[in-house]
Ligand binder design. Sequence first.
Ligand code: TNX
Length: 507
Amino acid sequence: MSSSATETVPSVSKTAPTSTIALIPRPVSVTLTGETFTLTADTQILVEPEGPECRAVGEYLAERLRPATSYPLPVQAATGAPPPGSIYLTTSGRDPALGEEGYELTVTPQAVVLSAPRPAGLFWGVQTLRQLLPPAVESPTTQAGPWTIPAGSIRDWPRFPWRGMMLDVSRHFFGPEEVRRLIDLLALYKINRLHLHLSDDQGWRIEIRSWPNLALHGGSTQVGGGPGGYYTQEEYAALVAYAQSRHIVIVPEIDMPGHTNAALASYPELNCDGVARPLYTGTEVGFSSLCLEKEVTYRFVDDVVGEIAALTPGPYFHIGGDEAMATPLPHYIAFVERVQRIVQSHGKQMVGWEEIAQASLLPTSVAQVWHGGMGREAVRQGNPVIMSPAFKAYLDMKYTPDTPLGLHWAGYIEVRDAYEWDPATVAEGIGEEHILGVEAPLWTETVQTMADIEWMTFPRLMGYAEIGWSPAPGRDWEEYRVRLGRHGPRLEALGVNFYRSPQVPWE
Ligand code: TNX
């Protein structure tokens, strides 16, 4: 492009030269000048103000760029006008209209200026900057440059505040190192919630000091009978802090009153008959229930919620509440209402699968829609919802009948199906104003390794990231598939085991 051109970003067309940008999620507005900025061995990263949060974003950027470029990229406090050739990150005196997560990026041949009212905006702007660099920048080893960034300006902010993924660490356990890798991949696509499904029939995955057998016995196996595992409280706290350093909130879920066999196996007193259940390594659902007539059950819930809440800086605690087929409905409703107050007493907002809307909800509670019907009931009560419709957003559904992993009870979800839907129109009676955001759950009955996680998650998650972040008008599969294809080399450089869908023209 020789003259200044405002791209309504979908104009990144099939015929666009590879030097044209391919950002996911698509920003609100992009203007390119046709010039470039080039990163060199002299480039400095300057931050202003010199507070720890801005500096942390600068350090994070430098850490991403150093391996491939082998440039020193020192991070320093800005003093006066940035010298030519520098990258300048600032939260001072910027446009508050950009909100908690928005940012503005201005690239000229002389400098890169990234500004945001809040550090989270800077962090998401850094992800845009990474995607403006050649894919080889993501390589863990030194690569040849040149490290050019197209000049222009971007103004950008998210459509929804909740852009999530859920990982089921109960059906198969995944250790801290695997979760950290996932967190790093989520950050690149501006996902800001990682919901961890920490307990289910097959495994209890977090140490509870007042009920130690939950992890020791309840965490000792998994689907298929493998050894399972659990996070110590130290490990869990470190994961939460790691996510926080990537501006990702971990949402802990303890599923109850159903999906509780691992707890029922660990403590006989949680069963109405006082007899501990055997551990379970199959994949059936809907057979277990806490004993809701016993006071000890509520002491157990209070202890568990209290210990996890103390490790949780984020505002949410997810109580599950799905598929409680073994719990009589009146008992279920009374239980959810009582647990809701327990969650509130520990300073958290309750989140639950949409079945919780059968109970009377506090205004702060959030329902997660997975089939739709009961989500409308949450909306009728005036509560916000998170949209995770299984037939569009479940990462554990097979792509096609040939996909070796995954389930298909909610259908096959090819990359196009995962992209071509909108949370505000997918469920009758649930509109934009009721929606906190979108989340893509990965249940792991069939998912056993990090490679499996990556295969089921990528590239579908990138579509969910765009649905959650980008404005709905202008969303177009034909344009997106080309942009997505251009992320192939980037995912390769990151070592991601992604599904090369035949629907996408991979570069
Ligand atoms: C339903 S969706 C479940 C999970 C299963 C999943 C498998 C929901 C809230 N519950 O227990 O793992 O289907 O797709």
